[in-house]
Design a protein around this ligand. Structure first.
Ligand code: GLY
Length: 328
């Protein structure tokens, strides 16, 4: 476990609860938020599946490897896991039965690469990195992204596992699926890392909302919505219902709040509050932000209870519950 002396635990939230949408959600008092501080290299990532992903990232970071290599290696673990229903291989398909993937990556120089609506490639994050490093562009989509991937040696394969297909078939036949926040207790894997040289990088990757319309793209490949890294300040990543982060460019907002001096929890809270203020129907919505600043402070804030994030550094690993607005 992490050395408790390396953590600063702080009550940061003083506001009162409020209603998210008239008549839809009860008002709750704000929960205490935790700001966590660590020294030296560290990796943080969204949800419990981040624990396993962080281990792969730490193999690189713990040997003074760079943050960019670490976040790519880390999220690839979830992309390859057939049991993970919300990322990469084994992800739940869209309503027409296609597994379509979104991912992006940013390095400490502010370079960005992104891929969206990509089919049949197991590791979209690595395609995103290649776009960042080998093309003059930031984002490739759909068939063009697939063509680019294949021409660069990626192998095409069917990403729809039997398990995911059966869940999709049950949804089609019974039409009983309703999105429920946190019911699967995981979503996008978003990862942020600070390396031994003090450099930040980030990545996120997802198969997106289950049973979405064919062609739907979420926040995860949108630089500034699903992920933003500014090596002078900090980095942020988002998880949850992508449409909400796309309307508010939340990850960029979190980093800008940190630039203004806020700590990561407060900055994430501002981005969640922006959604609450600007977006009308949040009845079945969940959104969470996770941030890591240049000083090694980290924290998160989500709309609802249930979001957690994983941290790993030289002292060990740990899963931390996010501060949140509402418990229902
Ligand atoms: N946050 C992932 C998505 O909405 O696609």
């Amino acid at each position: 476990m992490l050395n408790r002396r390396n953590f600063i635990v702080r009550s940061v939230l003083t506001g009162l609860g409020f209603s998210l949408a008239p008549g839809s959600l009860r008002a709750f008092s704000l929960n205490p938020g935790l700001t966590v501080r660590t020294n030296g290299p560290v990796v943080v990532s969204t949800w419990r599946h981040g624990l396993q992903a962080n281990e792969a990232a730490w193999e690189i970071l713990g040997q003074d490897g760079n943050a960019l290599d670490a976040v790519e290696a880390g999220v690839r673990v979830c992309e390859a896991d057939p049991e993970n229903l919300s990322v990469g291989y084994g992800g739940l398909p869209d309503r027409d039965g296609h597994v379509t993937l979104d991912a992006c990556i940013m390095d400490e120089k502010g370079n960005a690469g992104s891929v969206c609506f990509l089919e049949n490639i197991r590791h979209p994050v690595s395609v995103a990195r290649l776009i960042m490093e080998n093309t003059p562009h930031v984002m490739l989509a759909g068939g063009g992204a697939l063509q680019f991937a294949v021409s660069n040696g990626f192998t095409e394969e069917n990403l729809l596992t039997d398990k995911a297909r059966k869940i999709w078939e049950a949804w089609r036949s019974e039409e009983k699926y309703k999105p429920v926040p946190n019911i699967e207790n995981h979503d996008t894997i978003g990862m942020l890392a600070l390396d031994a040289n003090g450099n930040l990088s980030g990545a996120c990757t997802t198969s997106g909302m289950a049973f979405k319309m064919h062609g739907r793209v979420g926040d995860s490949p949108i630089i500034g919505a699903g992920l933003f890294v500014d090596n002078e300040v900090g980095a942020a990543v988002a998880t949850g219902q992508g449409e909400l982060m796309m309307k508010t460019l939340g990850s960029f907002l979190v980093v800008e709040m940190m630039r203004g001096g806020m700590d990561p929890v407060d900055a994430c809270q501002v981005a969640v509050k922006r959604i609450v203020d600007k977006v009308k129907d949040l009845e079945n919505a969940q959104v969470g932000y996770l941030a890591l600043d240049k000083q090694g402070r980290m924290g998160s804030f989500s709309l609802r209870k249930g979001f957690d994030y994983a941290i790993q550094n030289a002292q060990g690993k740990r899963l931390i519950d996010s501060a949140h607005y509402v418990s229902g």
